[in-house]
Design a protein around this ligand. Structure first.
Ligand code: SAH
Length: 353
């Protein structure tokens, strides 16, 4: 990638104004440029910008939209999985989920991941690099262009740990929310994290009413540390304290928890009861708080076996019923795109093999 020239898709309108000013162009051109870029046009395709300006832009800035390398469409539910190529040849994945109440896109935030979770395909080759704000945004723009679908919700739940790429992710949020661009409301955005407590605290200070989705996956520190190395740095208690503070920091700061059901490891009714004890005691100590747990069936990833291969999965409905009885809303995640390997990192691994 050319680091010497700014990437047009990573710039906020104010920054485009400065760039255009440095090229001797008036400020209103910056808004036209921002609007065109975010609709999916390349600078050369934007008709209300003259050729002389386009030539100056080519010299002063870079532009690249992720390219569709592979596209898988689920016959079961219409879910579309994209393998995108970046300017430097690296690949990332995005998943577009088609729902009656509005389509949702799951975007990647890093090439690879360094969190090391034992069940996850994205972390197998380690972390290659952070995505730029424009590369995160580019996934939304490119998926919208390619599919022709409207996108109303975003989840930062693809490859990578969003809070490990903090500044670029925050800038992406400002870009995608901007009224001149895609204008997607913060309440329609969820950020999923394995639990970087220092960054959750920092996020609280940003004042953005996005939903924080926390990958918990275990009800005690011993078990969580075994499958998620991040837990050796911050205990579950510290993580849940940070979650409670996030929730209390302002309207719209919702929290949900992800819990992957790993057969024979964390999926028994006894595990559900321990999870309910944990959440209720830490989150509701100083007042009521809605708690929502998404129960996710584990997608088996080659080379990432945790329990013995013949461990029988317990009934997830029994797990959910225990949580419900304890005042915790539990939903069983539907397996969207089950026929296209739609969960994180699997397509990129396949392409690397
Ligand atoms: N790093 C962030 C976001 C990426 S992972 C995080 O940890 O939340 C997105 C979600 O997919 C997480 O809840 C993660 O735990 C889950 N996940 C990863 N591997 C999985 C697998 N093999 N089966 C089911 N869910 C998985």
């Amino acid at each position: 990638m050319d680091n010497s020239r700014p990437e047009l898709l990573s710039l906020l309108p104010d920054e485009l104004v400065s760039l255009m000013a440095s090229l001797g162009e008036p400020g209103y051109r910056a808004r036209q440029l921002f609007e065109g870029l975010h609709r999916g046009l390349s600078p050369d395709e934007i008709t209300n910008i003259g050729n002389a300006t386009k030539a100056k832009l080519r010299a002063a800035a870079s532009y690249h939209l992720p390219e569709v390398r592979r596209k898988l469409v689920s016959k079961l539910d219409g879910t579309i999985k994209y393998l995108f190529g970046l300017a430097d040849g690296n690949c990332i994945e995005s998943v577009l989920m088609i729902y009656r109440h509005g389509n949702s896109i799951c975007v990647s935030t890093q090439v690879g991941c360094r969190m090391g979770c034992a069940f996850c395909a994205s972390t197998i080759g380690g972390m290659v690099r952070n995505l730029t704000p424009g590369e995160i945004l580019g996934q939304v723009i490119a998926a919208r262009l390619d599919s022709g679908e409207r996108i109303s919700n975003i989840v930062l739940m693809g490859i990578g740990e969003p809070l490990d790429n903090y500044d670029n992710v925050i800038k992406f949020l400002h870009l995608v929310n901007h009224e001149y661009g895609l204008n997607i409301g913060y309440r329609h955005i969820s950020l999923s994290t394995c639990g970087l407590v220092d960054k959750i605290r920092r996020l609280r200070g940003e004042g953005l009413p996005i939903t924080l989705s926390v990958s918990l996956h275990a009800a005690d520190d011993k078990q969580r540390s075994r499958i998620m190395p991040v837990n050796r740095r911050w205990s579950i208690a510290e993580l849940l304290d940070a979650c409670r503070e996030y929730y209390r920091s302002g309207p719209g700061r919702r929290i949900s928890f992800e819990y992957v059901l790993i057969p024979g490891l964390n999926d028994s009714p006894a595990d559900a009861n321990r999870l309910a004890d944990l959440l209720n005691s830490h989150l509701r100590a100083d007042g009521p708080m809605p708690i929502h747990v998404n129960l996710i069936p584990q997608n088996r990833v080659n080379g990432r076996e945790l329990a013995s291969p013949d461990a029988r999965a317990a009934d997830p409905r029994a797990f959910a019923a225990v949580l419900d009885r304890r005042g915790i809303r539990a939903t069983l995640r539907r397996r969207l795109g089950a026929d296209i390997n739609a969960s994180c990192g699997q397509l990129r691994r396949e392409s690397a093999e």
